[in-house]
Design a protein around this ligand. Structure first.
Ligand SMILES: Cc1ncc(COP(=O)(O)O)c(C=O)c1O
Length: 378
């Protein structure tokens, strides 16, 4: 039986389908070259055991928000460990990175302030900017000149006592390139601006950013290198205190579960105890990049994420499907996640991939490239 809303919603769904952008939920199949679980911590026995112990001690759920009865000593232990790891005064645990970005951007910058946001920033940053009462200006990807231009544009009408904030990812999630973070911090110093750094794809993979007074928050997402979920906003004590009062996506949500919190604490400890994992991960990524470049596949980015830009959405989808048929779980990234004409394959290397697996993948990509991509893309 059809629901009275169906005809209206199906019209929109038809539109997505006609554009070739229909989305469905699928179960994981094939070898994982797609998740951001770079060190396979989601399967690490000590992480699993920490989650089990936390459930035994605290139960399956917290039952309330942190400001109510949901606050556990385990949450506080994790926050203390994260702050020490990231060399910040404090840390605040969120159920997700999305919520952390919303809380930060909607709370700290106030009316009359400006948020300068990189054009390639993640959707959670974009949505946080949308919720903010500050003016939001978008600067060209990784361009200091564009950043300066946008700031100067705002300064023309800026009122006394207002503040400029810069928000950027450190490793961009799709193109896997790095923000010029040293230059951005120097710029912030010169211009008396503050920086919010989204470390989603950098945390655990790149060295901890050295202490400085301009970068006032580092967002560590728990669902990537840490292999769990949730997020730790590593920041100053004063910012943490303000978020406890006004960070709506922190205040009005149930506290992260004991299992999540226990697992995250163990992952944070393991990453600090095993700095050599980063080197092993980079060696694997370098190995795959080298073999793809040797067969003239135009790989992009740096580090563990290897994007292959295909441009056309349909080519990217067919390429990913062909790889999936060969047993590699690799996904196409297409609009609206990336701009139109920028569709790509996003390959994620892991520390535990063997050289044999990486070689087999490189060969498969080479074969599909020959049959699917007739002329090399610029
Ligand atoms: C750069 C960046 N920021 C924030 C998030 C959101 O994190 P979460 O998945 O924990 O909501 C993501 C997740 O994909 C991300 O890539």
């Amino acid at each position: 039986m059809s629901h009275p809303l169906d005809s209206r919603l199906n019209e929109e769904l038809c539109h997505w389908e006609q554009q070739g952008r229909k989305r469905t939920l699928t179960q994981a199949k094939g070898r994982d070259f797609t998740t951001n679980d770079y060190f396979s911590l989601s399967r690490h026995p000590e992480v699993i055991q920490a989650a089990q112990k936390a459930i035994e001690k605290y139960g399956a759920g917290t039952g309330a928000a942190r400001l109510l009865r949901g606050n556990l000593d385990l949450h506080e232990q994790l926050e203390a460990e994260a702050a020490q790891w990231q060399k910040t005064e404090a840390a605040l645990l969120f159920p997700s990175g999305y919520q952390a970005n919303l809380a930060l951007l909607a709370t700290l910058p106030e009316e009359g302030d400006v948020i300068l946001s990189d054009e390639r920033n993640h959707a959670s940053i974009i949505d946080g900017c949308r919720l903010s009462k500050a003016t939001c200006l978008i600067y060209q990807h990784n361009s200091l000149a564009s950043l300066q231009e946008r700031l100067d544009q705002w300064k023309k009408t800026a009122k006394v006592g207002t503040q400029a904030w810069i928000v950027t990812e450190r490793v961009f999630s799709m193109d896997a390139d790095l923000a010029p973070i040293t230059e951005i911090i120097a710029f912030a110093e010169k211009e008396n601006a503050f920086v919010f750094l989204d470390e989603a794809h950098a945390a655990g993979v790149y060295p901890v950013l050295s202490e400085n007074t301009r970068c006032v928050s580092k967002l560590i997402t728990g669902g990537k290198a840490l292999g769990v979920c949730g997020a730790l906003l590593c920041t100053t004590q004063a910012i943490k205190n303000i978020l406890l009062h006004r960070g709506r996506s922190f205040v009005f949500t149930t506290a992260p579960s004991p299992a999540t919190t226990g697992a995250l604490l163990k992952s944070v400890q393991l990453l600090q105890e095993h700095p050599q994992w980063r080197k092993e991960l980079f060696e694997k990524a370098h190995f795959l990049r080298k073999h793809l470049q040797a067969i003239s596949i135009p790989v992009g980015g740096e580090g563990a994420i290897i994007p292959i830009r295909l441009g056309d959405e349909k080519t990217a989808m067919s390429f990913a499907e062909a790889l999936q048929e060969k047993g590699f779980d690799i996904r196409a990234v297409r609009p609206p996640t990336v701009p139109t004409g920028d569709s790509q394959l996003r390959i994620v290397c892991k520390k535990d991939h063997s050289e044999k697996q990486l070689l087999t993948l490189a060969e498969a990509i080479g074969d599909i490239w020959k049959s699917l991509v007739t002329a090399p893309l610029s």
